[in-house]
Design a protein around this ligand. Sequence first.
Ligand SMILES: [Ca+2]
Ligand SMILES: [Ca+2]
Ligand SMILES: [Ca+2]
Length: 173
Amino acid sequence: MFRSKLTAIRTYALPLMLAATPMVPTTTNAEETPGYQLAKTAFASIDRADRGFIDHGEYSGYGNDVFVSMDSDENNKLSLAEFLSWDYGMRPIAQERGREDAYETALRVVFAFWDRDGDGQLTAREQRLSLDADFRRADADNDALLTEDEFLLGFTVMIALRAAIDPAPVEQP
Ligand SMILES: [Ca+2]
Ligand SMILES: [Ca+2]
Ligand SMILES: [Ca+2]
């Protein structure tokens, strides 16, 4: 089901795409998917102080680090090619599962969504605005901190990429 939705994605369709992503209760075997495990690893690496939650400073610091590491020509902007090089372990899994197209489509959708002025380049400011919006959206109890559950259930980018490599199982009739 998700596969066909992904191919129909248009610019600014990210919220639609997320609405189509079933909220998976934490008691299902979704916990064992590689995407879930990688999202947990990402949370742990953002949670530098190892407190079990992410504050906005840790989150912004991580966003900056990711931006700098992707900006390989150091022009303070991310091209689509630079953005597509973003990898923290999901791409090899996507390749292994024949899901590379879906994974790349998800990255392209995120890029188009974040590139607010549509000039094909992502500035640090555009990235920060989008990450901040994601933080607020994920922060379900509005306490300006993200718990692991809030991050895993509500962090838009991660959900989109996880859905690409871990398609929802086919529902039994
Ligand atoms: Ca660049
Ligand atoms: Ca732009
Ligand atoms: Ca919170």
